[in-house]
Design a protein around this ligand. Sequence first.
Ligand code: ATP
Length: 307
Amino acid sequence: MIMHTISDPQAPAMEAPTGIQLSLSQVSKVFPGKRGMFNRQSSPDFVAIDEVSLDIEHNTFVTIIGPSGCGKSTLLNIIGGLSEATTGTVTMDNQPVTGPGPDRGMVFQNYALMPWMTVAGNIGFAVETVYPKLSKARIKQIVSENIELVDLIGAERKYPHELSGGMRQRVGIARALAINPKVLLMDEPFGALDALTRGYLQEEIERIWEQHRKTVIMITHSIDEALLLSDKIVMMTRGPAAKIAQILDVPFPRPRDRNSVEHHPAYDGLRTEMEAHLYRETRYVEQSRIQAKDRSSNTDTSKDDLL
Ligand SMILES: Nc1ncnc2c1ncn2[C@@H]1O[C@H](COP(=O)(O)OP(=O)(O)OP(=O)(O)O)[C@@H](O)[C@H]1O
């Protein structure tokens, strides 16, 4: 765990930093194959991502999009320090990332809240853990500010099971922001929500981002979500050995809302480009699956012929 030196999470920044904040250099991840008797390898190693390099500037909203199973979570987990790159390096503010730390807050699709703690308890616990020297009064104040930020006033004493999915994810976001990370990492944060709640929370994230302007790296499967929120969209190729295919710049002015974004002259072109990429990569994955299935059923048939 990186040692943190900030004594108060909401302490004002000296000045807005500029330039590269997070840098990935030739990052690869290989999951080792299974080992059987006598430690003999029974399945091959799996190269999930292959030599991915990416520079992310301060205060940028980046989304990662790509076909299912290409390695998006693997990449985000390496940035978050939850998983180690097999080769390559990740640096944040020129310091190597060697594990999780309060400089990178994470928001998960399944919320990952502690069920026995209230809304305020979940947020307060995170702040207390990261900043153990803060007074109880200061922690309470930070909790209140962040509950207000995500529009959860009145739900402070509720437990996660008493909340809707959208409210739970608001708690997840408040908890991540309360420790004042330099970078917010979100792995499909709206993936488990119904379409209406999802649309509402997307606009909330845009509003919150306007207030904080933190660097955000978010995984999504939604083209519209990526276009509404991002400054940059990182499009990944299919796996195995996934790479970055292309990075799109999103030129829509801020603050944004769905209507203004959809009427921007660049919207249709960007949308078409993303659709074409995802369609191409996903079709290839599906065709490979069908061919593999055909091959295995042919093998079964030839076995039957022998009987
Ligand atoms: N611990 C692991 N051991 C072996 N293989 C793994 C492991 N974790 C992930 N993988 C494989 O690595 C590849 C990338 O997985 P990952 O979850 O990063 O993809 P993803 O793009 O986030 O997927 P999705 O869009 O479905 O959420 C997949 O083929 C997955 O099966």
